[in-house]
Design a protein around this ligand. Structure first.
Ligand code: 13P
Ligand code: SF4
Length: 349
């Protein structure tokens, strides 16, 4: 055991139930081994309200810590080992621009409901909350898109165009009912464009890491590993997902790996997502051949290291840690967008 590992274990023992370390599946193994709770975005959000610890250390990117902070109780603080770890996609739908677009779309008198991927800033979540919308994650995007479609003329899905398209495909929403918005710094390039009356309006954002996978990667792996099963995260382009055998959140990919390893371990399993997770699954199931669809490392997830986790824990012990603060004016509307998701998912199939 390294000195860092030992020091973290000692602080965990010292703080006991006052500390809870949460981590996303994309964190590296040296960090994951210290986490009390590991999950995908949905599981982590769901678990926060039941955490009693005063100090929640969140190993993940900034928006995940912010979402946790929205769901904490008074007296609890959320800490990020590296506040510079920031999901690139979460910056692709700036709140003032999204507000402008919603104003323009609603000016026609149509009811346009925003549905925001959880990979967004708290300011964006607040705009969504104000407009009656909700958040979704990759694990519940289909449920939440159905929820939003049922109570609106159009849904504005943001910022991940790929997750939006893949979810619409899964629901069988015709392509003629979708439109990728054309934006400029003033909002919509053409506020009168007739395509903007379609059922699903997609913000033109994406995850640069998952967008790297191409349909050719799927074809290459099928040729190199005959009979393989290929699954991927729905942040990948729709051409990639359509060529795969299955798609779902990081938790789905983990469950699929366990299922294939138990049922048909001779089937090579190719996974298209962030490589830390794929490598962990390959180690966890050594009897099954688990391969990555290609190179995909999220540089921001990688900013969280075991050393930075230790430094953050030391600051908590020394009482010099500053918890993540959500601007008070954003708290209620942003929380509403998240609790609408948690409530809808508790009710709907
Ligand atoms: P999950 O919703 O599957 O946890 O994914 C979050 C994410 O950032 C994927 O890139
Ligand atoms: Fe954001 Fe993509 Fe990194 Fe996930 S993998 S945190 S979506 S940049």
């Amino acid at each position: 055991m390294s000195g860092t590992h030992r020091a973290i274990a000692a602080i965990k023992k010292q703080l006991g139930p006052k500390l809870c370390i949460m981590g996303h599946h994309y964190q590296n193994d040296a960090v994951v081994r210290h986490c009390d709770i590991v999950g995908d975005s949905l599981e982590l959000a769901r678990r926060v309200p039941d955490v009693d610890a005063a100090h929640i250390v969140f190993c993940g990117v900034y928006f995940m810590g912010e979402s946790a902070a929205l769901l904490t109780r008074p007296g609890q603080g959320v800490h990020l080992p590296d506040p510079d770890a920031d999901c690139i996609m979460s910056r692709m739908s700036p709140a003032p621009l999204a507000r402008k677009v919603l104003e323009q779309l609603s000016a026609t008198g149509r009811k346009v409901l925003p549905l925001a991927y959880v990979n967004t800033t708290v300011a964006l979540k607040a705009v969504v909350g104000e407009y009656g919308g909700a958040v979704c994650t990759s694990a519940n995007a289909a449920t939440m898109l159905r929820w939003a479609l049922e109570q609106s003329d159009s849904v504005l899905f943001l910022p991940d165009k790929n997750l939006g398209e893949n979810t619409a495909n899964a629901l069988g929403l015709d392509k003629s009912q979708r439109h990728v918005l054309r934006l400029c710094s003033r909002g919509l390039q053409d506020p009168a464009a007739p395509e903007q009356a379609r059922k699903l309006l997609l913000w033109p954002g994406c995850c640069a890491i998952h967008a790297r996978f191409k349909p050719q990667d799927v074809a290459r792996m099928r040729a190199a590993h005959p009979g393989c099963r290929i699954i991927a995260h729905p942040e990948c382009r729709q051409e990639v997902i359509n060529a795969c055998d299955g798609a779902g959140s990081t938790s789905f990919l983990i469950q699929e790996a366990a299922r294939v390893a138990a049922a048909t371990p001779s089937t090579p399993l190719v996974i298209g997502t962030e490589n830390n997770l794929v490598h962990r699954l390959a180690k966890r199931h050594p009897d099954c051949r688990i391969l990555s669809l290609g190179q995909a490392l999220c540089p921001d997830m990688a900013k969280v290291t075991e050393e930075k986790l230790l430094q953050q824990l030391e600051r908590i012990v020394n009482a010099t840690a500053v918890p993540l603060e959500v601007p008070p004016a954003l708290l209620a509307p942003a929380r509403l967008s998240l609790t609408r998701m948690l409530d809808a998912c508790a009710r709907l199939p």
